[in-house]
Design a protein around this ligand. Structure first.
Ligand code: IFM
Length: 457
């Protein structure tokens, strides 16, 4: 079969079909039941940081409307639901005792999922750091990793009996480099060296948390990274070096420590003008590379780069600010991200052959488009359906070539708060009217429900 065949394909028995969400993007209820502010509350309430100064104060009001959202998940026929826990809801101070009301919310959510026959897939951290921990230094400070492991152990004790699958972090690259280098994400700091240390402490927190969960007999534990294939625009030495640098910072800077127990030497060298390695202590890499049961991969697009000159303002490409990103003129989503399903195939193959073998999940893939609700109350999002179809086929191609891909989570269930883009980018299988909170399953959602039930497309 060639990859542009549109013939029917079926997935292995037991393949996980799910949707993914994140706490701050959907829950709202930011002051309810003892929740404390997270870095995202602070950031979004700082004028000029988010499109139209929008915040996650209300978002999808999922905290109150979760029973309706559980019904939507059941209608979609998903076998799994990936969601994240809001650390400031569960442990408002970032240390010490848990907040019972916060724990109860997730307990009810998990029970509701199980009643619908849907497996909960828990992520411990999707960027909503308690503000008090940021005030104490945030991820650039080693203590935050220790606090994260403490939080992980305490909440796993309460929920682990009903939720066997645990992911520590979502996209540590974003948390470190968007949060602390370019500052386009919370907490909005623009300190390259701090971003590098944040990346290390995020991974250290991950390793400490996995060990703590293992001590409690966790069934499966893993981590989710966002990966991009990176190509040079020409074969020149300079462009190939630009691609090496960006691949290093985006992909290998996380994959190598997590799966090989070492940092890529070339990236450490690239960063040597920015920061040293004195934050990496003996034993850290052993902790970070503690064996995983799965790796989650979030995939959206490909980077094509060339050697260039540094642009104005802070960059997330610490130490490689002079690399330029090239648009190839292929179709893009509303995010401006090039649509490149082959990149998913390449990513899965690469990780499996270079870093595996290990079970993989696509823990996020999806697209924002300019959806419109018709007068009849429908959303005909053929572009999203076609996007997902091509990416599902790319994943299937990797599977059929031996990659141990166990499941696929579409980003996302509901239109939601898309970080610095506020509510302007709609990724959902379900449309949300943010004024009324009315939900409408889009055409892509109906189509997806056929796939989840057939385990085929
Ligand atoms: O909305 C985000 C999500 O929180 C993390 N991964 C990428 C998505 C789309 O930008």
């Amino acid at each position: 079969m060639t990859h542009d065949d549109l013939s029917p394909v079926s997935f292995p028995e037991g393949f996980a079909w799910g949707t993914a969400t994140a706490s701050y993007q959907i829950e709202g209820a930011v002051t309810a039941d003892g929740r404390s502010p997270s870095v995202w509350d602070t950031f979004a309430h700082t004028p000029g940081k988010v499109h139209l100064d929008q915040t996650g104060d209300m978002a999808d009001d999922h905290y109150h409307r979760y029973p309706e959202d559980l019904s939507l998940l059941a209608d979609l026929g998903v076998t799994h639901y990936r969601f994240s826990l809001a650390w400031p809801r569960i442990q408002p101070e970032g240390h010490g005792p848990l907040n019972g009301a916060g724990v109860d919310f997730y307990s009810r959510l998990i029970d509701g999922l199980l009643e619908h026959g849907i497996k909960p897939w828990v992520t411990l951290y999707h960027w909503d750091l308690p503000q008090s921990l940021e005030d104490a230094g945030g991820w650039p400070v080693r203590d935050t990793a220790e606090r994260f492991a403490e939080y992980a152990a305490l909440i796993h004790q309460r929920l682990g009996d009903r939720a066997p699958d645990w992911t520590t972090l979502n996209e540590p690259w974003c948390a470190a480099f968007l949060g602390y280098a370019s500052g386009i994400h919370a907490p909005g700091r623009t300190e390259g060296a701090a971003a590098v240390r944040a990346a290390h402490h995020l991974m250290l927190g991950h390793g400490l948390a996995v060990n703590a969960l293992r001590d409690q007999g966790v069934s499966t534990a893993g981590v989710t990274v966002n990966l991009y294939p990176v190509d040079p625009v020409t074969d020149s030495d300079a462009d190939r070096d630009a691609a090496r640098r960006i691949d290093g910072l985006m992909n290998r800077f996380f994959l190598d420590p997590l799966l090989r127990g070492s940092y890529p030497a070339d990236v450490i060298e690239d960063l040597s003008d920015v920061t040293g390695t004195d934050h990496i202590l003996d034993g850290d890499l052993e902790t970070i590379s503690t064996p995983l049961d799965f790796l989650g991969i979030n995939y959206y697009s490909r980077h094509v780069v060339r050697a260039g000159t540094a642009g104005p303002g802070p960059s997330h490409w610490v130490g490689s600010e002079d690399v330029e990103f090239v648009k190839r003129g292929v179709p893009v989503t509303e995010m401006g991200w090039e649509i490149d399903p082959d990149g998913l195939y390449e990513t899965l193959k690469r990780v499996y052959t270079e870093y595996g073998p290990l079970p993989l999940y696509v823990t996020e893939n999806g697209a924002a488009f300019d959806d419109r609700v018709t007068e009849e109350g429908h959303v005909h999002d053929e572009d999203r359906r076609a996007y997902l179809d091509s990416h599902f086929r790319a994943a299937h191609r990797a599977l059929s070539e031996g990659v141990d891909l166990r499941g696929y989570f579409v980003w996302t269930l509901l239109d939601n708060f898309e970080w610095s883009h506020g509510y302007s980018k709609r990724f959902g299988l379900v449309h949300v009217d943010f004024e009324t909170q009315r939900r409408i399953v889009k055409d892509s959602g109906r189509w997806f429900s056929e796939i989840t039930r057939a385990n085929a497309l």
